[in-house]
Write a protein that binds this ligand. Sequence first.
Ligand SMILES: Cc1ncc(COP(=O)(O)O)c(C=O)c1O
Length: 467
Amino acid sequence: MQNPDPEFVRFLKAYPTYQSTEALDQLRASEYARLDQDEHVYLDYTGGGLYAESQLRAHQQLLKENVYGNPHSSNPTSLAATELVEKARAYVLEFFHADPGEYLCIFTPNASGALKLVGESYPFPGGHYLLTFDNHNSVNGIREFATARGAEVTYVPVALPDMCVEAESLGEYLSRAQPGERNLFAYPAQSNFSGVQHSLEWIEQAHAVGWDVLLDAAAYVPTNQLDLGAVKPDFVPVSFYKMFGYPTGLGALIARKRALGKLHRPWFAGGTITVASVQGHKYYLADGAAAFEDGTLDYLNIPAVEIGLRHIAAIGYDLIHERVRCLTGWLLDELTGLKHSTGEPLVRLYGPTGSEGRGGAVTANFYNKDGQIIDHRDIEAAANRVNISLRTGCFCNPGAGEIALGISRVELDVCFTQPGHEQRLSVDDFRLCIDGKASGAVRVSVGLVTDFHDVQAFLSFARSLLQ
Ligand SMILES: Cc1ncc(COP(=O)(O)O)c(C=O)c1O
């Protein structure tokens, strides 16, 4: 064995299949060398993925060797750009095994842009918006469209310690669909807070009782194959930089044509219409994806999406997933075993403590030897000093945060109705208000080219906090 490190030996004994993912070590050395040159311990893959050097080269070559014009025309450079954009669009569907007869790919600035498209266009009046507590704010934000248009809004709770939804209670919530076809159920395939992977079986369960399903796949698809040939959510938002790091500023709404037909856009823009008239005060929306893509597409970067997806496809999700499973499992096993001299555990984890039914995001708070919480900002500052990039706060997922941190509705109502805070509340005001409680947590997330040394570096950082 090349690496005689006893910790590595212990790890391999617990997770022997890690060795079958060695190709990712070679890939890291050849394509992501900058990580090790600068001794970065990057543990924020749920925040953003990392790009391979070859992605940059392929994209740059394309731009260097060709002339591309604005696609909304029929001149040669415009047609060349259109061809590339449409090729990338088709490949997005192929990548997710989505039948082009059934699904459309709409390019958006990011997952939030995809979510806003659904929110602003869904026929909420008289309907119901059902969503899990565990959701990113860009899914929570849709409730404002729903409420403004008179729909009922209901949250399905998640429960500690695993932060999962109880199967029976979900069935009960789903039975509350309104008559008519204006019911939207939204949940994340993988939580960006706890890493929990909520069941994809809910999609058919919800369809069967009258819901359209919005599956937020932003945190899931970087390390898991979403197979839209096997499961059929109606709306799927993704951010491409989370999958392969480059380019930023592009995402997609992958939508079922049948469900897309229900949406009514609140405005029109350049590119979204066939005909619009000033004097006639009339416009006709374009067919398909174009109706949802406002203005000029990011036509020079969209080809880099295809390059990135092909990069992931060439590696294969099986390999990525297995590596992430092994490293996450080890991280969890070791973290949960760390105890102070007093016997107090160093961390309290939010989410499943085993590697099954979860992805590579591990969220916790740290405690001192007397069982008192260490502020997550202090943990981040200490991690920064040893070049570890992790993330702290609530990760734009306040529902999961409130459950994990035990912040009650009553406490929140008190904070939000304090004199002077009806309209404005800073994070510091909020912290002061929930005095004594943590307002956030620490998240480390592993991904495509994480290796054992990254995890080992984090664990030795964690051990350095033992008293
Ligand atoms: C589960 C989930 N949904 C949505 C988003 C929003 O993605 P973006 O900020 O790229 O729009 C994120 C980003 O962290 C996420 O993790």
